[in-house]
Design a protein around this ligand. Structure first.
Ligand code: DC
Length: 230
């Protein structure tokens, strides 16, 4: 039986390029559940900070923005995501590599993480939540019903990210991207608060050689075994 019967929660954590975003979206759509893209919240904080002209090291300023920024996640008429920050459309702006680096920087600050906790937990609404991030199973939803830790080799993750950015018209070289991913991994794994690591009770899935469908299928089997769905 579900531990949080009113709102079952599946957490999907892992490093960038492991496929978390794609898998989480596919799973949420399949189940008709809500989706929390927590990385987008950190990206929004970084963007809000630069828009407001905050100094890069202004921790309390960024934490205040994390608390009061107006963020909305909607589905557009074409079925794609529409993210706004204080009523400005920022769907593509927050997906740049630069926004990712900014997010990783502000995400290392405990005050910003603390400021985003309540916002993230508010996404847990019936019929259920798929939460995508780095610390979903360890910090934000420690009592989640099913915890997945998704990995892939660094090379595969860089290749996926490269394709994703190229499809969006961004011209980033693969070696530069591999370096940036390695830097970001290191910062995410070694920060003092909520570092990227698998929860002790997480199921680890290596997606290097698996298709999206195969990973979703595996998660569906794990959830069915826990009676989260039929
Ligand atoms: O998943 P993403 O690439 O959108 O995440 C952007 C950055 O935000 C990532 O480098 C680490 C940080 N992050 C985090 O620290 N905790 C989360 N739950 C989600 C993202």
């Amino acid at each position: 039986m579900s531990k949080t019967a009113a709102c079952p929660i599946v957490t999907i954590d892992g490093p960038s390029g492991s496929g978390k975003g794609t898998i989480s979206r596919a799973l949420a759509r399949k189940l008709g559940w809500h989706l929390l893209d927590s990385g987008a919240l950190y990206r929004l904080v970084a963007l809000a900070g630069s828009t407001a002209g905050l100094a890069r090291d202004d921790v309390s300023g960024h934490a205040a923005l994390a608390r009061r920024m107006g963020a909305s996640f909607k589905v557009g008429p074409d079925g794609g995501e529409r993210i706004t920050l204080d009523a400005q459309e920022v769907t593509s702006a927050i997906r740049s590599e630069e926004a990712g680096q900014g997010a990783s920087r502000v995400a290392a600050w405990p005050a910003v993480r603390e400021a985003l906790l309540a916002r993230q937990r508010a996404f847990a609404e019936p019929p259920g939540l798929v939460a995508d991030g780095r610390d979903m199973g360890t910090v934000v939803f420690p009592a989640a019903d099913l915890k997945i830790f998704l990995t892939a080799t660094p090379r595969e993750r860089a290749l996926r990210r490269h394709k994703q950015l190229k499809d969006k018209g961004s011209d980033v070289s693969l070696p530069a991207l591999s370096r940036e991913i390695a830097e970001r991994d290191l910062r995410d794994q070694t920060r003092e608060v909520a570092p990227l690591k698998a929860a002790p009770d997480a199921c680890v899935i290596d997606s290097t050689a698996l298709s999206v469908e195969a990973v979703v299928q595996r998660v569906l089997e794990l959830g069915a075994a826990r009676r989260l769905w039929p």
